[in-house]
Write a protein that binds this ligand. Structure first.
Ligand code: QUE
Length: 335
């Protein structure tokens, strides 16, 4: 059996092209893929004929659904902490490399883009997406936290939008991702192949000719409530403000926060608050430390089990309620 490489990297015209090629896993990143991407970026850094890097995802359904969290869970449960550490350390090094890459880095995001997928796109100069793409930082559902530099990135989104996305895992479609600042351009799905070819031929200037006008932000009517509720100074106050808001949006947001790991809500809140004052490198370093403790918490194995292993979507969190999360336990996890 000849397996196709999970990262395709080649020079095409003026650009270096990277395709995430694990479509059955929605192009979720494993350590091999992270290393393949890093190798390509390192190789092209000083090649004058490579004027930009363009990354996309194979299969038509996903850009990248995140990290290979099933493997991380198995390693964490088996006590193989060095492997867990290697994954996150190399992933975050890649995120930082993209942020400081000396050439335009252009992500063509058509489909699912979550977690690690945001980490290999959002620090690039252009993040071009399609109307039906879906963006999210859903890590509270698996009792991780918004990582890949999201503790730096999310507090820099407008108002308290970042905290809202972090705690609820809310999904944004393509146009809304542009409004939020996660993506930069909206193009029609049917234009993506021509756009990709045009960048290879003409360089990143070709993008302007494909960008569509943005429809209004679908969260426009909720923006004030998002800032009010998710701008609160504690998780308890966020919940109190959502409870005081009779809107469907507030009910749904509260419901989302009630479904995910209570402990993760508390440590993710603190991590995103902390990231507001850090640069990307410092945020990534703090995140790497946080992976060491959060992946040992029972909710991590349970959350990944419920979402990705057994897929019963019925996790048993411990503790089960946000109100029962022990601040001393969270302080130790964040230390
Ligand atoms: C929360 C997450 C992830 C998730 C779902 C969540 C995540 C992740 C994946 C994922 C999806 C499809 C795959 C895969 C992983 O889903 O981080 O290997 O095939 O990687 O609710 O954080």
């Amino acid at each position: 059996m000849t397996d196709e490489p999970t990262v395709l990297a080649s020079i095409d015209g003026r650009i270096g092209r990277i395709t995430l090629n694990r479509p059955k896993a929605l192009n979720a990143l494993d350590l091999d893929m992270i290393r393949g991407m890093q190798r390509a970026l390192d190789a092209w850094r000083d090649v004058p004929d490579v004027h930009a890097v363009v990354i996309d995802g194979a299969g038509g359904r996903a850009f990248c659904a995140g990290g290979d969290i099933r493997a991380i869970r198995a390693q964490a449960v088996a006590g193989e902490t060095a492997l867990v550490e290697a994954f996150f350390a190399e992933e975050y090094t890649l995120n930082a490399c993209i942020a400081t890459y000396p050439k335009p880095y252009v992500a063509l995001i058509d489909g699912v883009c979550m977690g690690g997928g945001i980490g290999v796109s959002v620090y690039g100069q252009m993040r071009i997406t399609t109307p039906d793409s879906l963006f999210a930082m859903p890590e509270t559902a698996i009792a991780l936290f918004p990582d890949v530099g999201a503790t730096y990135m999310l507090p820099r989104l407008p108002g308290a939008l970042g905290m809202y996305l972090a705690l609820t895992g809310a999904r944004l479609k393509g146009a809304d991702a542009v409004h939020a600042g996660i993506a930069t351009h909206l193009v029609a799905k049917s234009d993506m192949p021509a756009l990709s070819a045009a960048i290879a031929r003409d360089g990143v200037a070709a993008v302007a000719g494909f960008a569509q006008a943005l429809p209004p932000f679908s969260l426009a009517a909720q923006r004030a409530a998002i800032d009010h509720c998710f701008g609160a100074d504690s998780v308890a106050d966020i919940i109190a403000r959502l409870q005081a808001d009779p809107s469907d949006w507030a009910k749904e947001s509260l419901g989302a926060m009630r479904g995910v790991s209570p402990s993760s809500v508390v440590w993710s809140f603190a991590a995103v608050k902390r990231g507001a004052a850090l640069n990307l490198d410092a945020a990534l370093a703090a995140e790497l430390k946080l992976t060491r403790t959060t992946t040992q918490h029972p909710d991590f194995a349970e959350g990944v089990r419920a979402v990705l292993v057994d897929k019963d979507r019925n996790p048993k969190w411990s503790p089960a309620r946000i109100e029962d999360v022990d601040p001393a336990v969270i302080a130790a996890i964040l230390a």
